[in-house]
Write a protein that binds this ligand. Structure first.
Ligand code: SF4
Ligand code: SF4
Length: 314
């Protein structure tokens, strides 16, 4: 059965995704670049990027063998909270914008794509198999999203949409049908701008063999979310009051100046600038259960709070 491309895109827009595009479910040419990035140690200790799971990223059909078409979607998470970390409350820590809400975005996006599938099943008048990927599935999400026309990959390594900016969660729906047409990548609009590179407090955006790339071992997001060990004393001084993630290279991006606001209730700001205080297990669970911040566990959160308190004393 040949699916009408516009019908697929309209289903995504109707279910609350601000971005949608279509691309073939085949290996992506960025895969070799990704493996090269990993092999040069730039993924630091993120084992889900460095171990056998990196291999699976090559072909979406390793995830869902019947896949023919990939519907790539973006859901805006920009909200009307503090503009950037310089607007933190006086004694507050900074939590990355994507984690301000009250629910884990994986659940919100998965539910949205399940509604897209339900809508398509009614329109097609038949059930079908599919696979939803939200962040955790081994796919080069940004590369496919670019291929599907959602945006270009900026020097800050984020997917940027003109005119909506880069505050997007990405997800994919793998479908077992061909479609009438695919989207194509937009032009790269970074031009001569270097704002993100200049603003990064740890110089984590580095020039690689084929363009700008992230050195995870220098990135505040890596150290405050993923790392199981402590950063060097020198690096920690640059973390400021960041206790979960870092948005600086997106905050300074001119394409985010007019980013629209999300109306999704689950993403409205509840946790932007919590007080810089260590939390016991129960208090941490009460505050961050079901939010992305839960990923650090209380132990990682408290480690980050101590670093931020130390930085505040200096
Ligand atoms: S997230 Fe922060 S530390 Fe990481 S590259 Fe961007 S500005 Fe630098
Ligand atoms: S700040 Fe400038 S160079 Fe960096 S991603 Fe945005 S437009 Fe591109």
């Amino acid at each position: 059965m040949l699916l009408d491309a516009q019908t697929l895109l309209d289903a995504a827009f109707a279910e609350g995704f601000e971005l949608a595009g279509l691309t073939p479910a085949i290996p992506h040419s960025d895969h070799a670049r990704h493996l090269d990035w990993v092999s040069r140690g730039l993924a630091a200790d993120m084992t889900y990027l460095t171990d056998h799971r990196a291999q699976v990223r090559k072909d979406p059909r390793d995830i869902f063998p019947q896949a023919i078409t990939m519907l790539c979607v973006g859901k805006l998470y920009n909200t009307n909270g503090p503009k950037d970390h310089t607007e933190s409350t006086e004694h507050g820590g900074w939590i990355s914008r994507y984690a301000w809400g009250t629910r884990d975005y994986h659940d919100v996006l998965r539910e949205g794509l399940e509604r897209v599938v339900a809508r398509l099943k009614v329109q097609l008048g038949q059930p079908f198999e599919y696979r939803i990927c939200v962040d955790t599935a081994p796919l080069l999400e940004r590369s496919y999203a670019r291929q599907a026309g959602l945006g270009w990959i900026g020097k800050n390594t984020c997917l940027i949409n003109e005119p909506q900016g880069s505050w997007f969660f990405l997800a994919e729906l793998l479908l077992p049908f061909p479609t009438t047409s695919f989207n194509s990548p937009p032009p790269d609009r970074c031009g001569t701008c270097t704002r993100c590179i200049d603003a990064c407090p740890t110089a984590a955006i580095v020039e690689g063999p084929s363009g700008w790339e992230l050195d995870s071992a220098k990135c505040i997001s890596y150290w405050t979310i993923e790392a199981k060990t402590e950063a060097s004393a020198e690096l920690k001084q640059a973390f400021g009051n960041h206790i979960f993630g870092c948005d600086i290279c997106q905050d300074v991006c001119p394409w985010n100046r007019r980013a629209p606001l999300s109306e999704e209730p689950a993403f409205q700001p509840a946790n932007a600038c919590p007080p810089l205080e260590a939390l016991d297990e129960q208090s941490f669970r009460d505050r961050f259960r079901k939010t992305p911040v839960a990923r650090t566990k209380a132990s990682g959160y408290n480690r980050n709070v101590l670093v931020a308190l130390e930085n505040r004393r200096k």
